[in-house]
Design a protein around this ligand. Structure first.
Ligand SMILES: CC(C)(COP(=O)(O)OP(=O)(O)OC[C@H]1O[C@@H](n2cnc3c(N)ncnc32)[C@H](O)[C@@H]1OP(=O)(O)O)[C@@H](O)C(=O)NCCC(=O)NCCS
Length: 169
């Protein structure tokens, strides 16, 4: 594995594939597995028993809770917070800048996004920054989430529309 320096804190029983790159001051909880070609930026904090699939990018200061499963090719940008027991399907994309402009960038422009405990996000969905995905909600594959999703609701489509998970008709 490639460590930028010695300041990262890696618990016991952590697996990090040698192709992955861990920057300084990263914390990784016990039992976590980090597969091929992942990049963890400085100050990232990953909980216990988390699985990061191939080619996952975790930006500066991002917090990820315990028991999360993060699919291949997921990028989680600064300003996004992930709770416990969260499933993030392959190629899900988060955002942190509502009006991107190649000539203008500062951390002050970051708009925060929160993914609460027990949320599942289907493959290839895009989460527009500024939303809260509340506890136990499920996002269908390929959705574009533009608004907060209520606890225990299912949401899908572009833009994602939501309804109670156990009252789908
Ligand atoms: C949304 C989901 C949970 C199914 O919910 P459901 O209520 O059982 O939906 P149904 O299969 O009964 O479909 C209901 C309608 O929604 C549509 N639909 C289902 N999933 C959809 C999605 N992700 N986006 C848009 N429309 C969708 C169906 O085509 C159907 O349309 P119709 O009424 O015009 O025929 C499922 O389709 C899904 O997207 N699961 C996530 C899969 C995934 O990404 N897994 C990740 C690991 S591989």
């Amino acid at each position: 594995m490639n460590f930028k320096d010695e300041s990262s804190y890696i618990e016991d029983n952590v697996f990090i594939h040698e192709s992955s790159y861990i920057e300084d001051n990263v914390s990784i909880g016990e039992g976590t597995k980090i597969w091929h070609f992942c990049h963890l930026r400085k100050n990232a904090k990953i909980g216990k028993n988390v699985n990061l699939g191939k080619n996952v990018y975790i930006d500066r200061d991002v917090r990820i809770g315990d028991n999360c499963k993060i699919g291949n090719n997921v990028s989680i940008y600064k300003g996004v917070t992930i709770g416990d027991n969260v499933f993030i399907g392959p190629s899900v994309t988060f955002t942190n800048d509502l009006y991107p402009d190649v000539n203008v960038w500062s951390d002050d422009m970051i708009i925060e996004t929160k993914v609460c405990d027990n949320v599942s996000i289907g493959a290839n969905s895009t989460i527009i920054c500024g939303v809260i995905l509340n506890e136990d909600c499920l996002i269908g594959a390929g959705s574009v989430v533009t608004k907060d999703i209520k606890p225990n609701f299912l949401a899908y489509g572009n833009p994602a529309k939501q309804k109670l998970k156990n009252k789908l008709d």
